[in-house]
Design a protein around this ligand. Structure first.
Ligand code: PEP
Ligand code: MN
Length: 337
C-alpha cells in the first residue's frame, strides 16, 4: 500500500502516519518528491489491510499495490531515480555508454580497448574477469587478476568499471575493484546472491534473465532493494525466442515497460541482444530512441582473435562510427551523450 500525503501536510502529520504504520510492525519507505510525499508500506498483507489511515491529518488517500514488487515500483517512488556510480550519474539527462571487451584477456588488449572507448566518449570500461561460459572448456576469465587490470586501466583512462559477479562470496572482492557490480542473465534469479547484494554499498546492474518475464525481473530487483541497496540499474540484453538468426531477441519494449512500472534506470546491451556486430549500431540507436538511459557495448581491438563473443564485438572503428551517430538521437530525446 502507499499513503499519498496532501500537498499541505506538515512534518508532524507525516511523522504521525509513519509512527502509526511502524507501531503495527510494518516497514515504511518515504519518497519525498517535488509534487507529493508518498509513504510506502511494506509487510504483512492482513496487517496492512487493517490499517486505518485515511482519516489521519494530512493524508490525501491510500492506494493498494497489487504487484509483489514494491520498492522497485513507480507507485512507491514516482520520480526517476538517478544512480551515482563512481561519480557518473545514470538515469539523468545524460545517456551513459559502457564499453569494452567481453572478457579481460591481457593488459595490452584492455588498454587498447579502453583507449578507443574513452576517445569516443564512453564513461565506463566493461570486461568480464569471471566469465559464466556455456562450456567449461571455454576461457573462464582471469579472475582477480582481471579485476586488478580493469581497475588499473580504467584509472589510467579516467573510466569507471562495470564487471560481472558470479559468486556471492566474492562481493567484498568486487567492491574493491568495481564501480558497478553486474549480475548476468544466468544469475538473475540467484536469490542468495541478490540478497547478499542487497547488503552491499555499490550499485548493481541487473541483467534480464534468458527467459525472464518483466515481472520476474522486477521482483529480482526487489530482492536487492529490500536488503537495503536501492542502487539498481536494469539491463535489457535480449531474451530467448524461437528466432535463430540472432543470438537473442532484443526486447526494446522492455525499456518502455520498465520505465512505466519502475523508477529505476534501464540500459540496453545490443551486443548480447543480437549476437551480431552488424546489428549492434542500429539496435543501439533504437534503444536510445526507446528511452534507454544508457548502453553497454562489446568492443575488442581485434574481434577475430577475441577469446569470447568476437562475433558481436565492434572494432574500435565501428564503435567510433556508432558513437558519432548517437548524439543526434540523444538530442531528439532531450538528452545529452
Ligand atoms: C556479458 O556481459 O559478458 C554477459 C555474459 O552478459 P549476459 O549475462 O547478458 O549473457
Ligand atoms: Mn559477452
Amino acid at each position: 500500500m502507499i499513503v499519498v500525503m496532501k500537498r499541505g501536510a506538515t512534518q508532524e502529520n507525516l511523522a504521525a502516519v509513519v509512527k502509526k504504520i511502524e507501531a503495527s510492525g510494518l516497514r515504511t519507505h518515504l519518497s519525498k518528491g517535488e509534487e507529493v510525499t508518498i509513504v510506502g508500506v511494506i509487510g504483512d498483507k492482513k496487517t496492512i489491510a487493517n490499517l486505518e489511515l485515511q482519516m489521519m491529518a494530512g493524508v490525501e488517500k491510500t492506494v493498494r499495490i497489487t504487484e509483489k514488487y514494491k520498492l522497485v515500483s513507480r507507485d512507491f517512488h514516482p520520480e526517476d531515480t538517478i544512480i551515482d556510480a563512481g561519480g557518473v550519474k545514470i538515469g539523468g539527462d545524460e545517456v551513459v555508454v559502457m564499453a569494452g571487451p567481453c572478457a579481460v584477456e591481457s593488459l595490452e588488449q584492455l588498454r587498447e580497448a579502453a583507449s578507443a572507448v574513452k576517445a569516443c566518449g564512453a564513461k565506463f570500461l566493461r570486461g568480464g574477469a569471471f566469465k559464466p561460459r556455456t562450456s567449461p572448456y571455454d576461457f573462464q576469465g582471469l579472475g582477480e587478476e582481471g579485476l586488478n587490470l580493469l581497475r588499473k586501466v580504467a584509472d589510467e583512462f579516467n573510466l569507471r568499471v562495470v564487471t560481472e559477479i558470479v559468486d556471492k562470496d566474492d562481493i567484498d572482492l568486487f567492491c574493491k575493484y568495481a564501480d558497478i557490480l553486474q549480475v548476468g542473465a544466468r544469475n538473475m534469479q540467484n536469490f542468495q546472491m541478490l540478497k547478499a547484494l542487497g547488503k552491499c554499498s555499490k550499485p548493481v546492474m541487473l541483467k534480464r534473465g534468458l527467459s525472464a518475464t518483466i515481472s520476474e525481473w522486477l521482483n529480482a530487483a526487489e530482492y536487492i532493494m529490500s536488503g537495503g541497496n536501492e542502487q539498481v540499474i536494469f539491463c535489457e540484453r535480449g531474451i530467448r525466442t524461437y528466432e535463430t538468426f540472432t543470438r537473442n531477441t532484443l526486447d526494446l519494449s522492455a525499456v518502455a515497460a520498465v520505465k512505466e512500472l519502475s523508477h529505476l534506470p534501464i540500459i540496453v546491451d545490443p551486443s548480447h541482444g543480437t549476437g551480431r556486430w552488424k546489428m549492434v549500431a542500429p539496435m543501439a540507436r533504437a534503444a536510445i530512441a526507446a528511452g534507454a538511459d544508457g548502453l553497454i557495448i562489446e568492443v575488442h581491438p581485434n574481434p577475430e582473435k577475441a577469446l569470447s563473443d568476437g562475433d558481436q564485438s565492434l572494432t574500435p572503428e565501428a564503435f567510433k562510427d556508432l558513437m558519432s551517430s548517437l548524439g543526434g538521437i540523444a538530442k531528439v530525446m532531450g538528452r545529452s551523450l
